[in-house]
Unconditional design. Structure first.
Lengths: 222, 222, 222, 222
DNA sequence: AATGAATGAGCCTTCATTCAT
DNA sequence: GATGAATGAAGGCTCATTCAT
């Protein structure tokens, strides 16, 4: 990714940390991957922990942009939600960015280290605020729901995060071919429609038979 | 948890693996935690890897029961879905079971080792089948949706998994007090209602008062 | 070899010690080979060292017999020497005795442990005395040669020992097929003739041209 | 022997391996002997096995010179054989070379590891070729004897090897004082005379005074 | 600015041994 | 008489780190 030793080190370390975790990644492998001496890591960053933090910083800098573009309040809220979801999904699969950026962040969020607070403040919190704002615009009063409406937001983002966190499981369950046929646009549409329907701002997701259908629905609901 | 060395070892190891990962957990710490000698791990399991597998097996044995109780096809599908969701949530917070059982499984699913295939087959796959059956009963035709309807199922379970995988983030976002006030029943209700509404089998989650804009909705849906 | 645990243990241990040395052989492997519990070795022998001594004792008991049959002073000394040599060679390849007996003894002699003194006294010394007696009978005065004639004896036995100690080298140098074609009788003849010739009690060893041959020899000698 | 860590490590390891064998020598002892850290062995050689190979290489490099000086074909063959024998003996007792060089090689030859093939090719094979050439010059036709004349060569070198391999036994049999009085020159003379006599190229070793039994001996003596 | 050499602590595993039954 | 379970010590090796250059 980068030409200087420092950059190559971050890139190699990011890949290693994302893939094998902090403990599982060895500084020797990282340095050999980056094509630098073992001592370089201490020279440029001080120690392994600081290198990890540097990776995290690089990851959050490059990642936080996309979903926030949905922040434009002049758009209709449905479009904003769709844009937010698509942005998050796209960040996960953006071919212009190293694959490890998202994976590393997810690791940190699932098993926070002392560096997590910073990530939360600079990366997660803004996302959460944006989403809350979109949801409030979409369904006024959602913030006043129990637990300040957090569960609603969680229900939305959890669907997005699933495809990143549980990708291996999804692959195995669906079959590799079927899974790899999923693309960002399809998933963004699905999640947006699922969420909008839940919020009462769109039709139920289930195909044609569900759309017509007050009649059908009546018979099934208890 | 258990009185014999083997059982204490699994318990201590499970906690360590769940908390710090396979590489991060040292056999020395595990053994001292279990109150046994370092060599006991080799005697009972062969090596660290096999101990890990044993932990995974124990975890999946004790965990898989609850959501599957929802399998009873004589119940109305809404109740079954609610039961399934509540079962998964309860398993995550069941005070009768070691906390590490779920955490370990989630780790394995997010970063599969060679032991993952077995877990998937014995634990995940049955859950998935049950959920698909419930969803099909709830909304006939869901299995025929794009990608065999998997995304619909994923949208449901992802909401449940969120509270396990991203608990630390949720805690920090909501605030500790607010987060700890979440209980299984509330979450089960929320997720079930959110999902049923998305499937067109229940009212939108923001309640009747939120549904004034029928007009808006019409324009937005495509 | 033996049916009782003690006997099977000695046999398995002897094989292991002969093949991999004292340090290289593990009690676990030995016990598993013998089909007994790990604790049996402690039960029957006390510890690994004592088991080793027991192996050595068994080896020297069974081995010391053959060359000594050459002790019969009524035979002509050339025949006695031949018998002695053949006896030592035969002991090395005796199919009626475990292969490890000789190998273990050689190991002990090349790298003596505290058990070596006993082996020397009970096994080696008698052999040496017998050989010295034969040599003295063969060439009176040999005992009076420098260093009490020991080097003469060493020159004889060294030829025998070579095929046991350096068997792997000999195999590789000669080629496997050629080496395996060597049999006890041929070697005994060769070594006896070589030694007798050196002692002035037989013709030089070199082939037909050497046998007839004052004439031939004259041309060759300087 | 050497000033750098690598050299000290080889020297300490060589001594340990020669004395206690590969399994019997611990890397901790070796490193403490060499005055370096345990990790140095991994840094310089990779692992214990590679250190062992490095020792073997150093041993064979320094050892192979002396006997081969006898290769000069312009010398009379008797002198060449004597030189060869003396060279081998001298290499074993050369005070300028570490004692372990020969001992380690002998261990490897008696109980070959995977490194033996190389030693054989680079060290043993040239010695064997040289000896065969000398013997052929000494007694034309020896290469045509049964088994390609190998046993004749073995009869010669075995006498030399005896004093290295079985030194402990020889010491105990002869008595320490007597054994330590043996010097290279005496042994070289003895072995050369023994072998030349056997080949019909010299007087019997027991000297003229031992020649009462005229008939037999006359044909053999010069 | 950057590195090859070296370090001590810790890793997982295996050792020979012993205990309680 | 014999064994399954357990032990402390030591095994070889790798770790992240630092030093002198």
């Amino acid at each position: 990714m980068a030409d200087d030793a420092r950059g190559r080190l971050i890139d190699a370390a990011g890949r290693a940390f994302a893939e094998r975790g902090f403990e599982g990644a060895s500084v020797r492998d990282i340095c050999s991957d980056a094509g630098v001496n073992v001592a370089a890591i201490n020279y440029h960053f001080g120690d392994k922990q600081s290198l990890y933090v540097a990776c995290l910083e690089q990851a959050q800098c490059s990642e936080s942009q996309q979903p926030l573009r949905a922040a434009d309040p002049s758009l209709p809220p449905e479009a904003r939600l769709h844009g937010f979801i698509r942005g998050m999904l796209a960040a996960q699969g953006d071919p212009d960015r190293p694959l490890w950026h998202n994976a590393l962040m997810l690791r940190e969020m699932a098993h926070p280290t002392s560096a997590a607070a910073e990530v939360l403040k600079r990366y997660i919190r803004p996302l959460a605020e944006t989403l809350r704002e979109i949801l409030e615009q979409l369904s006024p009063g959602v913030s006043g729901m129990p637990h300040d409406g957090w569960p609603v937001g969680f229900s939305v983002v959890s669907q997005v995060l699933f495809y990143a966190v549980h990708r291996p499981v999804a692959r195995l369950l669906m079959g590799e071919a079927e899974h790899d046929a999923l693309d960002v646009d399809f998933l963004a549409d699905h999640i947006a429609r699922f969420s909008l329907a839940a919020l009462g701002r769109g039709p139920a997701i289930v195909g044609p038979s569900a759309a017509p259908s007050a009649g059908t629905r009546k018979t099934v609901s208890r």
